[in-house]
Design a protein around this ligand. Sequence first.
Ligand code: NOJ
Length: 469
Amino acid sequence: MTWWERGSIYEIYPRSFQDSDGDGVGDLRGITARLPYVRRLGVDAIWLTPIYESPQADFGYDITDHTAIDPRYGTLADFDALVARAHELDLKVLLDYVPNHTSHEHPWFAERRDFYYWRDEPNNWRAVFGGSAWERVGDEYYLHTYLREQPDLNWRNPEVRAAMLDVLRFWIDRGVDGFRVDAMRQLLKDPEWRDNPPNPDWDGVKEYDSLLPVHSADLDEVQELVAEIRGTIGDRLMVAEVYAPVERLVRYYGERGRGAQLPFNFHLITTPWEPEAIAELVERYEAALPEGGWPNWVLGNHDRGRVASRVGVAQARVAATLLLTLRGTPTLYYGDEIGMTDVPVHRFDPDGRDPERTPMQWTRDGGFTTGEPWLPYGDLGVNVEDDPPILRLYRALLALRRGIEGPYRTLHAGDGVLAYARGEHHAVALNLTGEPRPLPVRGEVLLTTHLDGGGGDRLRADEGVVLRI
Ligand code: NOJ
């Protein structure tokens, strides 16, 4: 088994993890100082969202220099020190790789027109963050799948490919253990620039969803780029950001050694918090996996509301139990392990994602910065210093999961309870309700969300248990 099949990944949002110089913005030295906490939590790798030089229109996903650290976060020397310390602690380091677009302030945008998509006429494509995907400059338009400050790179140009694959080599040479690849499915567009058809099921919420992105995302040809990027990443880990139905998502595993080892599976974020729906999802995903494809699960990230806000604070521990006992590699989002919730703040992010990006709550006073934090703290009654039950549960689950192996099998999905077996020896039962429920499986309680010996033949309100069977 590889480290990433055995292990788990912890996502760090560098602006919000730990500030070391009092400017209110997190930085690399801050992260390095907190690595022992991460180690003790029991995860195996950290994934840093972009730390490269950027005007921060999309908080680092708009890059002006792919091989420089943004001065707000530190220097290359700070980065080397972070990697060295992580490796000393036996933690792997994954970086975010952003191939689909650069900042409009990247020198390429002024000097290399051929690196981007320019057209005389726009088509009807919408940008993910709203409005047309085309921005007019003089008599021409350039394509931006995201903000207008993020022009899309033309991956059909071999020079773009060469330059962008060199970026991977630069960081590989500095010792990183893998990459999370941003916006993977959008990397190639229809060469004929056909209009996207209307989406008959549009719920009227996000303008981007009013059209089906059949000509602007998930083209078959994208798989060639997946293979090319993986070819450069080699045996290190390639995680790919792919928002797609399960059946499309699993294509990103590619053929052996030519795809992403972990195409991010975000479906738990959008599936109703009901046993029937979750069981159906897990079974459908497991069945869709290609031979040798290793599953993975995500409950939250810097783009989606926090899990404790989504399912409720009382259910956050049950959610943790699910995430850490399903088959496959879990990715945790910083702060979820102490039960942080969305903070109602809308100051900076053009897509309204400030609530899930607030500073890590280390102490009763915050502990993130000596200055003014760039976003406000949430409820500081929730903090690491107090070693809350949910944090103890996360640590216990991360330790316990190393001994849980074998296939997933649904044992019970109904009346608010989901129970499943993992292999021959373990079972998990989750009460997704706030009322007691019969425990549908017998066994020795190894761990409960209540951190005691269990409730006998009942699941208590909001309780999850891991059993030896
Ligand atoms: C996905 C990233 O997670 C998100 O934060 C970003 O805005 C877009 N890709 C564009 O890079």
